[in-house]
Design a protein around this ligand. Structure first.
Ligand SMILES: [Zn+2]
Length: 154
């Protein structure tokens, strides 16, 4: 029902919003940085820094992995990217939707996808009420086996 939320139009707007945020924070908008933003938003779902780097190299071969990390750090500080640590040893990044949201993770192929759950946004409030903590953010991840791994018989 919401599969088209992050359509091409949204992603195009998202890239230019990120570009504006970077520029406002004093970052020089170089072709390398633009390639990073494009890979981050239009590349694989929830990419690692290495996956972003591999895409960026195709269009901007002079980019370094350090620049990828630096740009991710800046976007993180601006609250424009979510960093997901899912126990794979490599962090994944979601700049398509920077607001905390639930994910499903395939333990076989490592695929990560957004999952929309009714009431997920109320969990933070309820956890806050139950614990008395002033909660700032939440992470909600479900682990299991994705569609395509379920149909691939080992
Ligand atoms: Zn996500």
């Amino acid at each position: 029902m919401v599969s088209n939320v992050f359509d091409l139009e949204y992603r195009t707007r998202r890239v230019s919003a990120l570009r504006t945020r970077l520029a406002e924070s004093g970052c020089r908008i170089t072709p390398q940085r633009l390639a990073i933003l494009d890979a981050l938003v239009n590349g694989a779902s929830h990419p690692t820094a290495e996956e972003i780097y591999a895409l960026v190299l195709k269009v901007s071969p002079t980019t370094s992995l350090a620049t990828v990390y630096k740009t991710l750090d800046t976007l993180k500080a601006l609250g424009e990217v979510q960093e997901l640590e899912l126990g794979s040893g490599r962090n994944h990044y979601d700049a398509v939707d920077p607001v905390a949201h639930p994910h499903v993770v395939c333990t076989q192929c490592g695929r990560i996808e957004d999952v929309r759950i009714e009431g997920a946004s109320r969990l933070l409030e309820e956890a806050s009420r139950a614990s008395g903590y002033q909660l700032l953010t939440e992470r909600l991840e479900f682990f299991g086996i994705c569609h395509s791994c379920q149909t691939t018989k080992n």
